[in-house]
Design a protein around this ligand. Structure first.
Ligand code: TMP
Length: 215
């Protein structure tokens, strides 16, 4: 059985984790092996890198270039340790963020050179590319609102990336739109301002046909 690699993308508060959980449950009920991963992270090495990137008290002075390389160090490990073996074994691999996050956040958000960003991504992933990317799109106002709600309901854990200003997240959203426009065959843009079950139904409509092809 052929593996299937699906990635989820979107700004903070776009509802990715909820939708990944719902899709994973549906896929499991079809009898397929499903693996859910997140980036940065997903391996013991990657989770340490995630802590450095997001929560470490020593990360205040991190430069955009160091951020770019750490994201891709985590990714290089995840691709080789987990994603490739999983796909080889016929698993459906769902990943909460993958290289489009780097293009959107480090390329558009931090404004690093897009060619350089693409070259670093290439060396991290090689030929391992998503079969489908679901871009959950919400307005910046919705994203800000959901971000604030999360911060209010979850234990206070400082997150360096979420400390960026509004203009940064607006550039990230613009980056995602550019990616979706450039790769319409791979990237499916989903309006995630709607209710959770509606978004879930559209995702299932997009994924179900791929299962036929993957089996
Ligand atoms: P999250 O798992 O809560 O989405 O946190 C991951 C954060 O890392 C989020 O702010 C997006 C950011 N990120 C990048 O800036 N570049 C990347 O390549 C990835 C994978 C994530």
């Amino acid at each position: 059985m052929k593996g299937l690699f699906i990635t989820f993308e979107g700004n903070e508060g776009s509802g990715k984790s909820t939708q990944i959980g719902r899709l994973a449950a549906r896929l499991l009920s079809t009898g397929r092996e499903v693996r859910t991963l997140r980036e940065p992270g997903g391996t013991p090495i990657g989770e340490e890198i995630r802590h450095t990137l997001k929560h470490s008290p020593n990360n205040q002075a991190m430069t955009p270039e160091a951020e770019l390389l750490l994201m891709n160090a985590s990714r290089a490990q995840l691709v080789r340790e987990v994603i490739r073996p999983g796909l080889q074994a016929g698993e459906i691999v769902l990943c909460d963020r993958f290289y489009d996050s780097t293009t959107a956040y480090q390329g558009y958000g931090r404004q690093l050179d897009l060619k350089m960003v693409a070259a670093i991504i290439d060396s991290a992933v090689g030929k391992t590319r998503p079969d489908l990317t679901l871009l959950l799109a919400v307005s910046e106002t919705t994203s800000e609102h959901r971000r604030a709600k999360r911060q209010a309901t979850q234990p206070i854990l400082r997150d360096r990336i979420e400390e960026a200003d509004r203009a940064f997240f607006v550039r990230v959203a613009r980056g995602y739109e550019a990616i979706a426009a450039a790769e319409p065959n791979r990237v499916r843009r989903i309006d995630a301002t709607r209710a959770v079950p509606e978004v879930e139904a559209e995702i299932w409509k997009t994924v179900a046909p791929l299962l036929g092809r993957a089996v």
